[in-house]
Design a protein around this ligand. Sequence first.
Ligand code: PHE
Length: 375
Amino acid sequence: VMAPPEEILGIKPDGKYNVPAGVREKLGKNLLLNSKHPLGILWKTVQEYFAEQDSNCKFFDTEKPVVSTVDCFDKLRVPPDHVSRSPSDTYYVNADYVLRTHTSAHQCQFLSQYPEITSFLCAGDVYRRDEIDASHYPAFHQCEGVRLFDAQKVSKEEVMEDLKKTLEGLAAHLFQLKTGEDTMRWLDEYFPFTEPSLELEIFYNEDWMEVLGCGVIHHDVLRNAGLDPEKVHGWAFGLGLERLAMVLFGIPDIRLFWSDDARFAQQFSEGSFSEKTKFKPFSKYPPVLKDISMWIPEDFVDNDLFEMIRDEGGDQVEKVDLLDEFTHPKTGRSSKMFRVTWRDMSRTLTNEEVNAKHEKVLERVVEKANWKEVS
Ligand code: PHE
């Protein structure tokens, strides 16, 4: 851990500060707000399901990820000595403020707005000290959901029924499943802030997979939010977005969500959920770049060139970009510059071998199309 900054999102660090630079730089990345990022696409999809279910449902995704230990733990009945609070599990900004370890940290602030707010989703980045491997990363994303009912009109059994029906419906919508015992099952769980607590699993890709944790909101939590459990009660759930997005979009490594690599980002768009987009893995090995500049013949279309390059380079040609276009003011002839990205999926290409192939491409361009001035 390097020296702490002056402040993190308005909170001044003290001796308890334990946020490494690599984690701190994740703050403000706002992946969920990017409608073309797999996590943003999934968050949108969850919102759409709830908006359709319940037109009063409110959505929040801009809450600050630095929260008080009171909101993150105390109000949720997490005991003072619980491991989840220890600095070996949690990033502290100072003795009283942490990087939120779950979106449940925002439950009480929204609960206290009842009856203006009767149901809400709150999504955001959350942080836990963890190993880093293909499925674990110290920063990830959750979506919290809450629905409240008039306790004088709706019984606890009806709350439980609504919880199960709504969340089974969500799982069915996300994974295109029929609800039923062979595709979904409920297991008993424990969370200090819900009672009873449950976990939903779905049978997907030949295996049972945990989808979410949930339960009936504990009376103490309602009281901590200033509500009277005799008058209002409800359910809550928490959903980890990465694991679901990995399964939905075939993303093999959790680290890819944070990648700046355009080859990741370019594979997804707003429509990726309905189009069932599956990620195509790309190489970790470095590219070799080769440029082609040419005067454009009369009947030239870019695709003719692309086809020749592909024909010569096969799968080692990752892409061809048009870098520049120029029309001579006097002669009216135009020239184009293309950049070919060569890359192999399983090894580092040498400049020499790419040169040899690039030469062949140039020969073909000159010979086949009789495009003379090629460099
Ligand atoms: N906050 C819990 C977690 O991070 C999930 C949860 C939310 C469970 C709401 C019950 C109700 O695992």
